[in-house]
Design a protein around this ligand. Structure first.
Ligand SMILES: Cc1cc2nc3c(=O)[nH]c(=O)nc-3n(C[C@H](O)[C@H](O)[C@H](O)COP(=O)(O)OP(=O)(O)OC[C@H]3O[C@@H](n4cnc5c(N)ncnc54)[C@H](O)[C@@H]3O)c2cc1C
Length: 300
């Protein structure tokens, strides 16, 4: 049941969409509608106007020009992201995170621009965005801006996941030669939402780990990087022992982050307690570091 009346429009360009968004206080962007329409049916939100981005061609598709990054249009479906051969080869963490979302129907209709739509659904992609150092491009009444993933997460949290601007695309920098990445997660068997997800990327340098990025989602109230784990890996050879030592820090790292990140909590519900989720952070970090190191090209 949709209990309130609302207007609908599908502009053919971004300028018109931004104008409509700024002129109508109760307006909301409509992408695939999987979260938005559901929330309207439940009476959780009642937008007065839905601005459908479906007709704007510039928001569709995956491009890799000689720009040093891969650009994914905000209205590209999760399925296209998960299946693109270039993403599977060079941005495995992103392909795996996209492929783990919901079921084929959700992936065929949900759009990547809605990366943080409704936080209670424990989004998978933010962890991959943090580990692969993505940047988000948006347009609003004040013009265009580019926001790095770490800042984007905090911004979305502050805005309660409802930005007053339109995400146009997400950029993923080209991986350095030999880099490897992965996304490991445990899913709720009914909803398929992430109970805990860890994305990791490793860049080799002189047969040691030159750069390591590790991020957690699902277990925490918003996705964060595990900086102590990253530091413990950098400059080391990715041996089983070094990976185990670094992964041991993951749990304490996440608990420590509660003090420094405003509003951050370890999630707890009927299915998985905070204690279990914290345990998973350590287990999945170790698995993810192993897999990312296996994929990275070291020559021992
Ligand atoms: C059954 C089910 C299972 C799911 N499982 C998972 C899962 O395993 N992992 C996971 O991560 N997610 C999961 N989800 C969430 C799913 O990813 C979201 O429903 C999906 O992201 C919504 O995308 P959409 O394109 O349908 O967005 P919409 O529902 O159209 O929009 C959602 C919100 O995002 C805003 N928005 C959308 N696009 C933009 C844009 N370009 N710029 C600014 N704001 C925008 C809208 O205004 C709205 O507030 C699941 C959802 C369902 C229904």
């Amino acid at each position: 049941m949709i209990p309130v009346r609302f207007d609908y429009t599908a502009p053919e360009n971004l300028e018109a969409s931004v104008k409509l968004l700024s002129e109508n206080q109760g307006a909301q962007i409509l992408a695939g509608g999987h979260s938005l329409i559901e929330a309207m049916k439940r009476g959780q939100i009642s937008p007065s106007l839905l601005i459908d981005l479906g007709k704007i061609k510039s928001l569709q598709g995956i491009e890799h020009e000689a720009k040093g990054f891969l650009q994914i249009g905000a209205m590209t479906t999760y399925d296209k992201v998960a299946r693109a051969s270039e993403i599977r080869e060079n941005y495995s963490a992103l392909a795996e995170a996209a492929n783990s979302i919901g079921d084929p129907q959700i992936r065929n209709w949900g759009r990547i621009g809605d990366i943080f739509a409704y936080r209670d659904l424990a989004c998978d992609l933010p962890a991959a965005a943090l580990a692969l150092e993505a940047t988000f491009n948006s347009v609003g009444t004040r013009g265009n801006r580019t926001i790095v993933a770490d800042e984007f997460v905090v911004l979305c949290f502050e805005m309660q996941w409802q930005l007053n601007e339109i995400i146009t695309s997400i950029d993923f920098p080209d991986p350095t030669t030999g880099a490897g990445s992965t996304y490991e997660c445990i899913k709720h068997p009914a909803s398929s939402c992430a109970v805990c997800g860890i994305a990791a990327s490793i860049e080799p340098s002189n047969n040691t780990v030159g750069k390591c990025r590790v991020a957690v989602t699902g277990a925490t109230s918003y996705a964060i990087r595990l900086l102590e784990v990253e530091n413990a890996m950098e400059g080391k050879t990715p041996t089983a022992e070094n990976i185990a030592l670094a992964a041991k820090l993951a749990k304490e790292n996440a608990i420590g982050a509660l003090k420094t990140n405003e509003g951050l909590t370890i999630l707890s519900d009927l299915y998985a307690s905070a204690e279990y989720r914290t345990h998973l952070i350590g287990v999945l970090t170790q698995r993810a570091l192993f897999r990312a190191a296996e994929r990275a090209k070291f020559s021992f």
